[in-house]
Design a protein around this ligand. Structure first.
Ligand code: ACM
Length: 673
């Protein structure tokens, strides 16, 4: 019965026409219809209202269709019935600047002669256009869009990506291409972490020394900020700036040492971690500065929310400062937390004066923070519950840290209304606004950041957009693999930077054997790589930096191994595994000589040897399984232990190749006599 239910939509799709390609995030309702819309050399695009954002979205739509099909598509006037039409109907424009909680729903109908998007707002129409683009696929007569009826709306109104541009500098074009990719998966908040210990990244005309002395020359001019905000607005994305205070402020102090509680001298942070420098909460001049600074910066950002950080204040310099201690005594503040609450309340008042609502990391959570405050949870899921129960609104980032390089399947299980939040009353649940994937930049730079965000952020996007019961990881991975390729045409470089980075390491040698090892490996994340060896100057040009968080190849082989374990007669699965295991077993002979005398890849020698071992073990395990012969128990146990060791980081890399082999060994152990 269950099986039949699962199969029905696909059967219905086949009956109605062509199967619907994998979409991500999965829409609320997808009904296949008969026929398909062919994509040819000309498309017309029209709307029922004259709107600049829709007009530019149409131009992007045509450009993306061109990229996704390789056909030089012309945008033509609608009069000619020979050309398919993309027709948009909006009940109204909606908010001029994308607003939290705005109606983003849309309906999309595709038929043989055109596509029709109906939405309440321009933002809803933009979401519909992204779905339309995801539907383009090759068919029996060329590129086409299968006929379909879709109804769709988001589950959460706040679906964000945070990007840290302080630890490593991210130029404007990096931000822009990530905004395009965000729009493609319907993320609608760009949280811009603009200042931290390692860099102050915004021009202040009022306090020019902040960027002059705090950024090594890498900062956004105010014109660039305005351009990025406009770019995001065009794509239906809000921009929430973060200026992390009172801690994580080391880069502010070379320019304005008088803001600091400690004595200095101060330099831009070059290492990573939690440091002592912190603003002085005891001086009125500090608040006067914040008032003036926010007064200058706030108008650059039309969004009502302004993020003040507030995380990881260790209190050391407050404890060491006689002035801060005297101030604390005078106010009856017992500890760092009490001082920080005072600071947060003062900043809240300042923000309110400038028409902004305060948002901060969960360390700010205390009673009486002030009206309208939003708390961003990162330390544990319980703090989201605490925030909501204290009457604040909250967003979840715990579990969505992309820099930890956990698999998409893990990110996918984290639900803003999961865990303790599952017990929320309706009122409490309504205060959970959504979540944000976080890209901290200690170990990513402009070259590698795309491959750390994408495609995994799409799994978070789906969690935040799609229905709560959309939880099947296999379906997610199948669709994510496809969407990862579709994203290519937004300009994001998560796939295109991979081979050139490997080629660069290979130098004079052909990079093919290095690619074999890379395809079988996975990069570890900040929690495993963090160490004193890294500073902001350390090049991120090693093998680990080229690798993605997850090996698509290993995953495909795991699926084949699972099929074979279930049915040793599955010849196709056995063949898939045998071909790949043989490549692995032979690879070290080709790779080892390349590694000699090349300081950049010498560290891979053990890893390359282990890949060969995994291949050889896999071949032997296959032979036993396919022949239905019992394998020696001691051999199975020893090899299983070896595979487990391979899954421990080596050169900061995990050998994902060990996983499918381990599955075969597990199957042998189970059937062993
Ligand atoms: C944080 O990760 N310190 C917010």
């Amino acid at each position: 019965m269950h099986r039949l239910l699962l199969l029905l939509p696909i059967a219905a799709a086949l009956q109605a026409g062509t199967p619907i390609p994998g979409l991500m995030p999965l829409p609320t309702k997808v009904e296949p219809a008969a026929g398909a819309l062919p994509i040819g050399a000309a498309v017309s695009a029209t709307a029922n209202l004259d709107d600049a954002r829709l007009e530019s979205a149409f131009d992007r739509l045509i450009a993306r269709m061109t990229g996704q099909t390789g056909i030089a598509i012309q945008r033509v006037p609608p009069a000619d019935p020979a050309h398919p039409t993309v027709r948009v109907e909006c009940a109204g424009r909606g908010a001029d600047y994308p607003a939290l909680g705005e109606d983003e729903s849309y309906r999309l109908d595709v038929a043989a002669d055109g596509a029709h998007i109906a939405a309440s707002t321009v933002d809803g129409a933009l979401r519909g256009m992204e779905t339309l683009l995801q539907l383009i696929a090759p068919g029996p007569n060329g590129f086409q869009i299968a006929a379909v009826h879709i109804e769709d709306r988001p589950r959460f109104p706040w679906r964000g990506l945070m990007m840290d541009v302080s630890r490593h500098w991210m130029p404007v074009e990096v931000v822009k291409r990530n905004l395009d990719a965000m729009a493609a998966v319907k993320l609608n908040v760009f949280h811009w972490h603009l200042a931290d210990d390692q860099g102050f990244r915004v021009e202040s005309k009022r306090f020019p020394r902040l960027a002059e002395r705090g950024s090594d020359g890498h900062y956004y001019t105010q014109d660039q900020i305005r351009a990025v905000v406009a770019y995001a607005r065009d794509r239906g994305i809000r921009v929430v700036p973060e200026f992390d205070i009172p801690g994580h402020t080391q880069s502010w102090f070379p320019g304005l040492p008088e803001l600091a509680a400690g004595p200095g001298p101060f330099e831009i942070g070059r290492h990573f971690g939690v440091f002592d420098p912190v603003m002085d909460p005891s001086r009125e001049e500090t608040y006067a500065f914040i008032d003036e600074f926010i007064g200058e910066i706030a108008p650059l950002f039309p969004d009502p929310y302004f993020h003040i950080g507030g995380d990881e204040v260790n209190g050391k310099q407050w404890n060491q400062s006689p002035a801060v201690q005297a101030f604390a005594k005078e106010h009856g503040f017992k500890d760092t937390l009490a001082i920080q609450l005072y600071f947060s309340q003062r900043v809240h008042q300042i923000l309110e004066r400038h028409g902004k609502k305060m948002i901060g990391w969960d360390e700010i959570l205390q009673p009486n923070l002030g009206e309208g405050t939003v708390v961003q949870t990162w330390r544990n899921q319980a703090s989201l519950a605490d925030s909501v129960r204290q009457g604040y609104r909250g967003i979840l980032s715990w579990g969505y840290y992309l820099d930890h390089m956990k698999p998409a399947s893990y990110l996918y299980t984290v639900d803003p209304l999961g865990g303790v939040a599952a017990q929320f009353s309706a009122d409490e649940a309504a205060r959970v606004l959504g979540g944000e994937a976080c890209m901290w930049a200690e170990l990513v730079d402009a070259e590698t950041v795309d491959s750390r965000i994408w495609p995994r952020a799409a799994a978070v996007a789906e969690r935040l957009w799609s229905s709560k019961d959309v939880t099947d990881a296999d379906s997610m991975y199948t669709r994510m693999a496809r969407i990862s390729r579709v994203l290519e045409w937004t300009g994001i470089q998560h796939r295109s930077e991979y081979q050139p980075m490997l080629d660069r390491l290979a130098g004079e040698c052909p990079a093919a054997p290095l690619r074999v090892l890379a395809d079988a490996s996975e990069a570890t994340g900040l929690d495993q790589r963090h160490g004193s060896r890294y500073t902001t100057f350390t090049p991120l040009n090693r093998f680990v930096d080229a690798l993605p968080a997850e090996s698509e190849l290993a995953r495909a082989l795991e699926q084949a191994a699972a099929r074979l374990a279930a049915n040793p007669g599955d010849a196709a699965a056995a063949q898939t595994l045998r071909v790949q295991f043989a490549v692995w077993a032979a690879n070290d002979a080709a790779l080892a000589p390349m590694l000699e005398g090349n300081a950049l890849i010498e560290e891979l020698k053990p890893l390359s040897g282990k890949l060969a071992m995994a291949g050889a073990t896999g071949l032997r395990a296959l032979d036993y399984l396919v022949a239905k012969r019992a394998a020696p128990k001691s051999w199975v146990a020893a090899q299983s232990a070896e595979m487990a060791r391979m899954l421990k980081p080596n050169a900061e890399v995990v050998l994902a190749a060990a996983r499918p082999v381990k599955l075969l060994l597990d199957a042998l152990a189970k059937s062993g006599k």
